[in-house]
Design a protein around this ligand. Structure first.
Ligand code: URA
Length: 432
């Protein structure tokens, strides 16, 4: 078999066999297939798609590229949640500790920033020392001891996703249903989760811009879950505007900590409580959604979710003083409050434009080797439907480079559109 023939076959819209997919995934993971061949193949998949069978075969090949954890000797139910990617979507940082604080075992393999969307691992690495490359033995030992793990792809766990993910980020090959579905589900299968809530984001700042595409992705994710013997629940949530206020790694971590302290933006808090409640229901910790919501809320009011976040950071080598005092998190040198240029109702706060502006400030990568600037980003203060007065603060910019600050200011201003007449707020969820 030759990798170039597999690329040509996909370019020519011919269905790949399981053996060809396994050959390609194994070859790329082991370094026998080059980045340029894998990039050409990923682009052919993005342009020509994959059948459901190919997507399932790709998922299993990626999950089996490392070890597949069986955690049944530790506990029967391991819960997880994953988002398909958005702007300001720091949900996992708050939800995983909430659910673990309510007594469920939470084992999660996350990703880094992808395209214009942020990544949980980059956000967590705002804390010095935090490790995202746990081995399978470390994963198991930590889950047994603390009930919570939040790590990344490693040489042991879903290494194929680690490589494809970094490649897709910088080759324009992110928004592809088969590549997203296999990336997410390979991680979920490898890390041993048995009950998974998948948050499929829809809108301008999501990889699925329409409800129709999002429903299709949700259905493929559920099917792969069924074939792999996992319980999968999908929700469809809005990503036309950023979730919460903060966009950017350390800013988002701080907002998640604020939320676990009982503050934080209303939309983000509501989203987290809902997602946590779904996980508690799926993990059989509550008999009804209403009881699950109450339980999720309690973990915030009694401080147990914040304490669980501290336990997680400690277990993975991070400096927990950053949780006690989030003001220690990296800070940008240039902080500027930008005023609204006009009076009116916000009719659009374009999440993708803001996500791209944040990447350009340094919060994401243009090349695989690019370092991340954890300090930079935005606090986007207005939501669609809000009435704002000219001169009122519209967003706060955090930058480390004056030229990038200027570009970001004009990009984020252009992301805001105004209407003279009232505009209805956007829903948080479309389907749940
Ligand atoms: N999250 C992932 O893990 N992979 C994707 O491709 C998109 C979102």
């Amino acid at each position: 078999m030759r990798s170039v023939d597999i690329i040509i076959k996909k370019r020519d819209k011919v269905e790949l066999t399981r053996q060809e997919i396994e050959f390609f995934v194994r070859g790329y993971t082991q370094g026998e297939i080059t980045d340029y061949q894998a990039a050409a193949w990923a682009m052919a998949v993005l342009l020509n798609g994959m059948t459901d069978q190919e997507t399932t075969d790709l998922t299993m090949a990626m999950a089996n590229s490392g070890q597949v954890l069986d955690l049944s000797d530790i506990v029967d139910i391991v819960v997880d949640k994953h988002s398909t990617g958005g702007v300001g979507d720091k949900t996992s940082l708050a939800v995983m500790p909430m659910v673990a604080a309510a007594g469920l075992y939470c084992g999660k393999m996350s990703g880094r920033g992808l395209g214009f969307s942020g990544g949980t691992l980059d956000k967590l690495e705002s804390i010095p020392g935090y490790r995202v490359d746990l081995s399978t033995e470390e994963f198991r030992a930590q889950l047994r001891k603390t009930g919570i793990v939040l790590t990344g792809q490693s040489l042991d766990l879903a290494p194929a996703d680690g490589k494809f993910y970094a490649l897709r980020d910088v080759t324009g090959t992110v928004p592809s249903i088969p590549l997203i579905a296999s990336s997410i589900m390979s991680k979920k299968i490898a890390s041993g989760a048995t009950a998974i809530v998948l948050d499929v984001k829809v809108g301008l700042g999501a990889f699925m811009e329409t409800l129709e595409e999002a429903r299709k992705l949700a259905s493929i994710l559920r099917n792969i879950g069924k074939l792999a013997g996992r319980q999968v629940v999908t929700i469809l949530s809005d990503m036309n505007q950023p979730l919460g206020f903060a966009v950017g790694n350390a800013l988002e971590l701080k907002e998640a900590i604020d939320t676990l302290q009982g503050a934080g933006p209303a939309d983000f808090r509501h989203h987290c409580i809902d997602a946590a409640a779904k996980m508690l229901l799926l993990g059989e910790k509550a008999p009804t959604m209403q009881a699950a919501i109450q339980l999720a809320e309690q973990t915030i009011t009694n401080g147990s979710a914040l304490e669980k976040l501290r336990v997680l950071i400690d277990a993975q080598g991070g400096d927990t003083s950053y949780i006690t005092d989030p003001n220690k998190l990296p800070k940008a040198r240039l902080i500027e409050t930008v005023a609204s240029p006009q009076t009116g109702y916000l009719s659009q706060v374009h999440a993708r434009v803001i996500g791209e502006a944040s990447v350009n400030l340094g919060a994401g990568r243009a090349k695989k080797s690019d370092p991340i600037d954890h300090a930079v980003g935005f606090e986007i203060l207005g939501k669609v439907g809000d009435h704002v007065e000219q001169g009122q603060p519209l967003f706060i910019l955090h930058a480390n480079d004056p030229q990038k600050l200027q570009q970001a200011r004009s990009a984020v201003l252009s992301a805001h559109q105004f209407s003279p007449t009232p505009v209805p707020p956007l829903p948080l969820f479309y389907e749940q």
